[in-house]
Structures are given as C-alpha cells and as structure tokens.
Design a binder for this molecule. Structure first.
Ligand SMILES: [Zn+2]
Length: 213
C-alpha cells in the first residue's frame, strides 16, 4: 500500500510529505519544508522508526517554504534534490526572500541535482508518481500523480477552494488557470489531492466548489 504522512512545517504552514510503500519501505520526501530542529527531528523519527529507505527528495516547486529542509534531508539520507529546472532560478532568490520575510536562513541554499520533466516517473517501491507540468504559480511547478492509488500532490498549484498565487516571479494567472483546467481537472473526480498548504481535497470537490473556476 502507498501511504502518505504529512508534516506541517515552518512559519508558512507548508505541507511536507513522506510517501512510502508499506511493503518495500521505500519512500520519497515531497517538498521538505522542515525548518525548526523539532521539525527535522519529527521527520527523522518517523523515517527511522518505520525503517523507511529514502529514495527520492522531490519538489513540486522551489519556493523557499518548500525548500528549508532540503539540505537536511539531502545530507542525512544522501539524496539529491529533484525538481523541474525551470524553477532553478528561484533558488538564487531564497536569501533575499528570507530577508524580506524576516526569516533567518539556517542552512545553505539547496542545489538542484536531478531534473524532472513532464511525464517523468518517480518510482517508490511498487508504485510510481508521474510528473505533470503545471506552470503558473512558478515557472516550473509540477504535480505528482499516482494513478493506481488515485492521489495527486498538487504543491501550490491547487488548494482546497483556492489556487496558488501568481504575483511572484514567473507567475501567470492565465497559465495557471488554463493548466489546471486542461491537465488537473481532467483527472478522475475521486482523485485525492494533497496540497502544499492546508487541507486535502478531491478533484471532484474542486470542480464544483473552487471559486476560481
Ligand atoms: Zn509556492
């Protein structure tokens, strides 16, 4: 079974996920936002007490709140950060964004090691997540879809009754709304959506109640 554990992290209440195959124990960490020591400890305790094997550190996009824990996970579990390289330019902006938000940057800026593009598969034990490119919140935003389990990790593309902001670098409201309509709302209504912030939702619920559509 593919299981999902959510950790709400940092001052942005960002959702970091550990996704794991309960049989093979392989896992992927999606959007490592672990900032405080107790957040790092919580995820490490979860991984290590469940004997999970960290195979991937993947990001939906590279905004700072989704990246604070990337260096910690990278070093502790010897995995490189993977994301669409259309977002790589955002990494350079992290120090100035931290300054803007009054946040102390307590690790080095992460380095993008592996590039994920539309259609690429991330294998987790007997399951795979397929990357769907959904630019608009950021230039390289990806969602990760597991067809056999009917789940989607939407990052900051789609939230319960909302969508990602489009006023940041490389954002586009037109692109985001068109991409959600054509690439995300075409998934089955029953698909469970794990968002980058806030509660979980479904595609069917959002098609009916999301005020942006
Ligand atoms: Zn974001």
């Amino acid at each position: 079974m593919l299981k999902v554990k959510c950790f709400v992290c940092n001052s942005f209440y960002e959702n970091s996920y550990v996704v794991y195959d309960s049989n093979t124990k392989e896992c992927a960490i999606i959007d490592a936002g672990f900032y405080y020591a107790d957040e790092e400890d919580a995820v490490s305790y979860f991984i290590e007490s469940n004997n999970l094997i960290v195979k991937h550190l993947i990001n939906t996009h590279l905004h700072l709140d989704h990246c604070f824990g990337a260096e910690y996970i990278s070093k502790r579990y010897n995995v490189g950060l993977s994301c669409d390289d259309a977002d790589e330019l955002l990494l350079k902006l992290i120090p100035q964004q931290c300054e803007m938000f009054g946040i102390r940057l307590n690790s080095s800026v992460p380095v993008l090691k592996n590039i994920i593009k539309e259609g690429d598969k991330v294998e987790i034990g007997n399951y795979s997540l397929v990357a769907i490119s959904v630019p608009g919140h950021s230039p390289g935003s990806l969602c990760y879809y597991c067809k056999e389990e009917g789940i989607l990790f939407s990052g900051d593309v789609l939230f319960k009754e909302s969508i990602g902001r489009t006023d940041l670098q490389g954002g586009s409201y037109k692109a985001l709304s068109e991409n959600i309509s054509s690439k995300i709302f075409t998934l089955p209504d029953s698909t469970i959506v794990y968002c980058g912030h806030g509660p979980t939702t479904t595609i069917g619920y959002e098609k009916e109640y999301n005020p942006y559509f």
